[in-house]
Write a protein that binds this ligand. Sequence first.
Ligand SMILES: Cc1cc2nc3c(=O)[nH]c(=O)nc-3n(C[C@H](O)[C@H](O)[C@H](O)COP(=O)(O)OP(=O)(O)OC[C@H]3O[C@@H](n4cnc5c(N)ncnc54)[C@H](O)[C@@H]3O)c2cc1C
Length: 459
Amino acid sequence: MSSALDRLLVSASHARPGLAIHTEIALREAHAGDESGLAPITPGAVIVARDADDVSAVLSLATRERVSVTPRAGATGKAGGAIPDADGIALVLTGLDRELEIDAGDRIAVAGAGVVLAKLREAARAQHLFYGPDPSSLESATIGGNVATNASGPSSLKHGSTARWVRGLEVVTGAGTHLAMPSRVSKSTVGLDLAQLLVGSEGMLGVVTRVFVRLEPAPERVALASVSLSSLESIGPALVAIDRAHVAPRAIELLDDEALSTLRAARTDHALDPRAVAILFVELEGSEHGVDDDLSRLDDALSPIAIDVRLARNETEREALWKIRRDTSVALKKSAKHKLSEDVVVPRSKVGALIATARRLGVEHGVRMPSYGHAGDGNLHVNFLWEDDAQRPDVDRAMAALFREVIALGGTISGEHGIGRAKAAYLPLAHDPARLAMQREVKRLFDPAGILNPGKVLG
Ligand SMILES: Cc1cc2nc3c(=O)[nH]c(=O)nc-3n(C[C@H](O)[C@H](O)[C@H](O)COP(=O)(O)OP(=O)(O)OC[C@H]3O[C@@H](n4cnc5c(N)ncnc54)[C@H](O)[C@@H]3O)c2cc1C
């Protein structure tokens, strides 16, 4: 352990009696990795915060001693953002989960940053209210982690990502300063919106300790249709037809041909249309009658293009269709020794071009590259599957080529997982030097000693 870290731990234990500071190897190792597939790094110490004052004490001491701090919550991140430094601290925020208020009158939820998303959504539902963002990790990810990564899910097509739901935040800056930006109002034009600046900042600027999000009335009904397509070329026309039907789906998810054939090979008893080369799942919400009307418009619009449009007639069938979508990632993972999944995003009209690009790059670099995901948002999980360890350089070349092509299509390199450690080297592809310099200036204001998540995002 470095002497700076040693001094910090002694000072922290005096400043905050009872603070849980762990230096045992087993606990440090348990806080070394996340879901990115990157190699874990065992931190010098693990500190479990109880409240914002603990966070502030740790960050101000870390600034004084120049020790790196990695905020960490559900550790479900896919970009390596929660992987700590060897001489640094993993600052665990899951203990900030005691506060969860649903204010039905003002349609606001106020939650400690460590509250697990599923718990927040459930508490809202119990009062007939609805919180939009629905990342698949919602049973483990925290609302603070969601804010830090600007998380989203299938329904972001209609409801947007976390940024659209955040009303206010309480944050501790890298220097340890409390920054309270609470808000229960739906509109504000009062100075710069620093809370929104923090959304998606991946723990680089400050630690989120308390979150204010808006809620909406829960929809009366949700319905799902699966749309079987006979070719990849019909994906684009199908998306256009959905738009022209004047329905506003809350989700349009896609499985391409390689993803489908992997699912079929996995023999998971899915009722997948054997003729389908690609499948779209289209989810609608609204009133009982409104959804019926939208479903028949959808059917009319897609009938000339699709082989089949099948409606889930009840909750069990809807869940069975979603299970196919959820099983895709698992089936792909099982089908190869190695799997990496990117989350690139292109303008919606370029989804077909993105799939064709992935297919071409897969052939050029000798890597299987199936795609699936949020087609309505143009946000696809392009996967890299390979068997031989020696192929990794080919995978890296294919990935860099994919990022360049995505930017040429008018898109960008991450739609939901963020940059973290995994994609920090690629950030200059997405931002020009002037924008990068401005972001580094902002980081210096919030975190003058550069102790928060060094080496991630901005490098
Ligand atoms: C199976 C699976 C499915 C997933 N599906 C989706 C999906 O559909 N959509 C999606 O967007 N993501 C998805 N993810 C990625 C992940 O769940 C999200 O990025 C999530 O928001 C991370 O939350 P967390 O609490 O796990 O944060 P962590 O993984 O602990 O941390 C993520 C980043 O946020 C920072 N951080 C965490 N908490 C705070 C805080 N309170 N203040 C400041 N910084 C903080 C960390 O330093 C790190 O940089 C998925 C992951 C898995 C494993």
